[in-house]
Design a protein around this ligand. Sequence first.
Ligand code: HEC
Ligand code: HEC
Length: 459
Amino acid sequence: MKKFYIISGLAVFVTAFTMCHKAGVFADSGYDDRMSGGAATVLDASSKAFGNRVDGLSARDESVHITGDATFSQTFVAPPSPIFTGLGPVYNNISCVNCHRNDAEGIPTAGFSNSGLLCRLSLPGQDSLGGPLAIPGFGTQLQDQAVIGASPEANVVITYTDLPVTYPDGTTVTLRSPSYTLKNPYTPLPGNYLLSPRLAPPLVGMGLLENIPEATILSFVDAGDANGDGITGKANYVYDSYTKRKELGRFGLKANTPTLLTQVAAAYQQDMGVTSYVNPEESALGQPQMSVIHGDTQPELADSLLNYVVYYVKTLAVPARRNVKDTVNLRGAALFNQVNCSGCHRPTIQTGVDLTLGPISNQRIHPYTDLLVHDMGEGLADNRPDYLATGSEWRTAPLWGIGLLSIANGTSYYLHDGRARTIEEAILWHGGEAANARQKFMQLGSSDRAALLQFLSSL
Ligand code: HEC
Ligand code: HEC
């Protein structure tokens, strides 16, 4: 913990220099709309595009990022191993990178080492903090893997059925509609459980999203739909396990986590079974805890390592847009606004001032999200509330970098559970507050639809 603040303190001096330096670049050359992440943008369209650090870190901060990167890729093992220990007793995967492949998204399978899908679980109702109601013996997340001597909480079985959708012009696209069942629970599972499958999302620009002022996000809410576009949006307020307060949710697919610190600590605890100073309790509820068996009461993860991984994620750069002057892309961008995709996927936002980290401070960014949750209709509903987000509400997915996902990840899947295999399929799943936008998209001619899709591929 202490180390983290010392590093941040040092960064202030570096930042003063970096900010002047970057400001100069933009003043001279005018605004450059390739710069999706402002000064935190990187010109890289390769398979490593999602794994770059922001420019302008001090040598010291760079080394923190690099150690965080190594820890992010580190495989954890079960106790009593002396290093990178604490995996399990139950978990979903053995490293961050196994789910967030190349800092991008995982694969929507279950039960395999490369599976980036996990299932949140709960009972109907709310706990005393307004969050999902834990299932005795299971908690609020299903861990489908276990170390030797423990049992997976249950196995997840995913099946897909075809769902054809036909455009007014006669073109048909076949969506795949998923269904999830749990098999072999280690202890009886109540029949009325609620299940929310979620695929690991890309991690670019996380520090920028954390640095958007709360007032900016709240200004996007249109609770009474004053402008009559059918889009309202809602801020999710969630319990922060570190500050012990309700905070605005920004991370997670229902904006169910307030900060990168709590997100990363929860990933160690829930996804890997590794405890830390933020989350000192094991996630396993009904099974023996290895660290307790071995008489160790310290958190399994060193404080410094948790902070380094948080810093790593916070300082991941956003890849620059490609072909921004291409006439088809320009037409696609106009159509994106015309059919009001931009009503949720906000093209431009200004980040707040952060004196400790110049590249994310006061930047004009293009995240294509409002960080609000929206009702997306029955088709996408998981029917599992998460704090204020209802069973049909999801956080607007940021679209920056989306055109590079297939290159960065090897394969590309879209939407909260990876059901969509193409960007077009993802759009066709939109409903609820996005029903108007979907309908207007479907009514476009095929060359306009292609232009809009080509624009999205340039992000
Ligand atoms: C089992 C797969 C899995 C593992 C392992 C995993 N994640 Fe994730 N990650 C996810 C999923 C799924 C989400 C979305 C969670 C939600 O909606 O609540 C997520 C969300 C995130 C987010 C927020 C992204 C956003 O857009 O809001 C960050 C940051 C993150 N993970 C970092 C990490 C780090 C760091 C580690 C390692 C300590 C890690 N993750 C391990 C699957 C995984
Ligand atoms: C009412 C708000 C809203 C509108 C309007 C909207 N979207 Fe979305 N979009 C979302 C939300 C929320 C998600 C995440 C849904 C999920 O994961 O189930 C999303 C997801 C996506 C994704 C998948 C991103 C990923 O990484 O998985 C794409 C692509 C997308 N939207 C494009 C569009 C386009 C193009 C339009 C206009 C035709 C549009 N959206 C209109 C809210 C909206």
